[in-house]
Design a binder for this molecule. Structure first.
Ligand SMILES: Cc1ncc(COP(=O)(O)O)c(C=O)c1O
Length: 399
């Protein structure tokens, strides 16, 4: 570690609120699937900003959109129309089952917009008491009071209470546990089609189809949190495309901006129209710069063959990890969808991401014991081989 790195780590400790287990390197630049620290060390980036850098680092299409839009118009009040905003909304609508978009700055804010929309719709169309929400154990929807209240973690963070009332937790992939929670006061079910922070657990299509049926029978709005799974990550445009059904609404963020902070609530018209003038808003909602970059990302990801390639590379990655599992007694499970992959190992998860990092691979922890691998969607098979070799070497080094 050079003096520079140490000095910046010391200043981080001094100046920044200590909410993260700070990594002992300082990242400086990225290109494609690689990032470099200030000492010039190269890392294969299978964290991708936690499933964000969908087109990799310094993607030329993103730089072009960013530069062009920045030189034209960087900001406009949200009540004004811009080409970038309309273009981005058009791309989301034309490539999904949804009719209308509300832009946000993050995933959490997209979830907040969804919570407000379902409650307003139920208030207008069912009853004033109909405001309860069903969420799931091991879920993650964000850290604000609304999104945080739908998140399992609230159970381990009692010091932030009181949370938003009326939230009930069912078991993931268990229809009976959902049925037990349905009452006339439930307005919505929020679910991640593949639980990300909870440890990479995919819902089964049968479960999602059953959930759709329960929601239809009880006039409950079904909201998918596709913040981590959406926009190509799972090898289809959205994870609901794997499930043989459609949700009523969804939240997007992360990969949609490819690294530029943006999120969106997407909804079928009936539900979108519950929000009326003055009921919700945000200064940066639909910001020209953010929507121009997101439109460039969406154009790339919706281009012919892109998501099919993600599915192919994801399957290749899974098969290589399964081969490794057969060779190594330290991998106990390999799972996931597309390029959202989790592996469980016998080694201490507190040590694994750091040891991988020392060997030149960035990856993140998910859940209690899972290593999460979410490379840029442009990753090649050769880069997957490189990552698997680093994982194999690192597992051998750790007891
Ligand atoms: C499924 C899911 N929902 C919501 C969020 C929160 O998004 P953000 O961190 O952009 O606010 C995340 C972030 O990890 C997520 O994975």
């Amino acid at each position: 570690m050079t003096g520079n790195t140490q000095a910046l780590l010391d200043e981080t400790k001094e100046l920044l609120v200590n909410t993260y287990a700070t990594q002992p390197i300082v990242l400086e630049r990225g290109e494609g699937c690689y990032v470099y620290d200030i000492d010039g060390k190269k890392y294969l980036d299978f964290a991708a900003g936690i499933a964000v850098a969908s087109l990799g680092h310094a993607a030329p299409v993103m730089l072009k959109a960013l530069q062009e839009q920045a030189s034209q118009l960087m900001v406009a009040p949200p009540s004004f129309v811009t080409k970038a905003k309309v273009n981005c909304a058009r791309l989301l609508v034309d490539n999904s089952c949804f009719d209308q978009i509300f832009f946000t700055n993050s995933g959490t804010e997209a979830v907040e917009a969804c919570i407000k929309t379902v409650r307003k719709w139920a208030y207008d169309n069912k009853s004033k008491e109909c405001s309860d929400i069903i969420s799931f154990h091991k879920s993650f929807h964000g850290r604000s009071y609304g999104a945080g209240s739908l998140t399992e973690k609230r159970h381990t963070q009692p010091y932030f209470a009181p949370y938003v009332p009326g939230v009930h937790f069912a078991e993931f992939n268990d229809l009976e546990s959902v049925r037990k929670l349905v009452t006339p006061n439930v307005c919505a079910v929020f679910i991640e089609p593949v639980q990300g922070e909870g440890g990479i657990h995919a819902a089964t299509p049968e479960f999602m189809q059953g959930l759709r049926k329960i929601c239809d029978e009880n006039k409950i709005i079904l909201v998918f949190d596709e913040i981590q799974t959406g926009v190509g990550r799972t090898g289809k445009m959205f994870a609901y495309n794997h499930m043989g059904m459609e949700p009523d609404m969804a939240a997007f963020a992360k990969g949609m901006g490819g690294g530029f902070p943006i999120g969106a609530m997407a909804a079928k018209k009936e539900f979108a129209q519950a929000l009326t003038v003055g009921s919700h808003g945000s200064t940066y909602a639909g910001n020209p710069l953010a929507t121009a970059v997101a439109a460039a990302v969406l154009t790339e990801i919706t281009s012919p063959g892109f998501v099919e390639n993600v599915a192919r590379t994801g399957a290749y990655f899974r098969s290589k990890l399964e081969d490794l599992q057969r060779r190594s007694n330290k991998i106990t499970d390999v799972r996931g969808l597309g390029l959202m992959i989790g592996i469980d190992t016998t080694v201490d998860i507190k040590k694994l991401p750091r040891a991988l990092q020392d060997n030149g691979l960035l990856a993140t922890q998910a859940g209690e014991a899972t290593l999460r691998l979410t490379p840029p969607l442009i990753v090649t098979e050769a880069q997957v081989d490189e990552a698997v070799a680093i994982i194999e070497k690192t597992l051998k080094e750790l007891s």
